[in-house]
Design a protein around this ligand. Sequence first.
Ligand SMILES: Nc1nc2c(ncn2[C@@H]2O[C@H](COP(=O)(O)OP(=O)(O)OP(=O)(O)O)[C@@H](O)[C@H]2O)c(=O)[nH]1
Length: 329
Amino acid sequence: MRIPALIISGFLGSGKTTLLLRLLEEAAGRGLRPGVLMNELGKLDVDGQILEEHANASVQKLLDGCVCCSKKGELLDALKTLSAQKPDLIVIELTGVANPEEIAETITEPGLLDELYLRQVVTVLDGEHILDYNSIFAADKQLVRTLRRQIEVADRLLLNKTDLIPSAKQLKIEKTIRKYNDRAPIYPTTQSRFDMSPLFADIESATSAIVSTQVPKTPKVAIRGVATVVKQQETKSFSRIQTISLPWPREGGTSRSRVEKCLRAWEDRLLRAKGYLRFEGDDSVYLMQFAGGRTVWERSRYDGEPYVVFIGLDLDAERLTEQWHRIFD
Ligand SMILES: Nc1nc2c(ncn2[C@@H]2O[C@H](COP(=O)(O)OP(=O)(O)OP(=O)(O)O)[C@@H](O)[C@H]2O)c(=O)[nH]1
């Protein structure tokens, strides 16, 4: 039984905590017990205070640093603590400068991979200011890139604070957003209020039914001579950020260069890949990390089964699995 994780991302002040509170109300209304992970840049736990006043949820807080940079180890520990409490879902509110894909990566660490799965990324946008970010932060390319990434990887986009913008501006923003993400539904919102039922659909049953984020093969069965695609409801992917974990085949051997070649072939869709791998004739275990087109290898003390995780946008799981297995031929 893996616990669904919802990630709330969005720039500072866009309405993330407001959305978190709405999510918690919705969860309570559905009789669900959520766990919450909040990450704040400052030392003061302002949002945590707000949360305690409003909701009865198990909360882990990571203060004074961003989980995707300085707080990665703590993020892992906090998520382990939360998942040990077996909540029905975990909601993670990121700092305004965090990149959601980094969190997706943490969820695939050994120790969490079997506990959690990424259900959806919801990005909240501040309608009043979003069009100005490019010029305001022109000097900080990294920040502009992160803000763009928050839009690109979102499964749902809240165009918040519509009470502060005329409808013509709203249309212009929607057009701009579509340049970076033409898939996610955009919800114009005030106070982060929108119909959340698609986010929660099947959550109870999903926690008991989902075995893996994606199952590569959709089997075909013949019924009275007609090929019918079996509907794999329980294995569908919920988020654009997909994590596909594949075992290291026991048979056959491969090399670093073949692994790297396979990764390069998927470069345009891969956000990250990592794994704990072993090679024939070498007793060591290697941690492989692929990011930004580069693959880095280092020896690891990991002593579990070798595996690799691919994290990407709209990956073709079947084709990826096929290609992965081919490097062991
Ligand atoms: N006018 C208006 N204000 C809003 C709306 N949504 C949120 N706010 C206000 O905007 C401020 C920031 O909202 P938060 O929910 O704390 O935003 P956040 O993204 O969590 O902010 P950080 O924690 O700084 O990253 C609060 O004062 C909210 O009450 C909205 O739709 N319209």
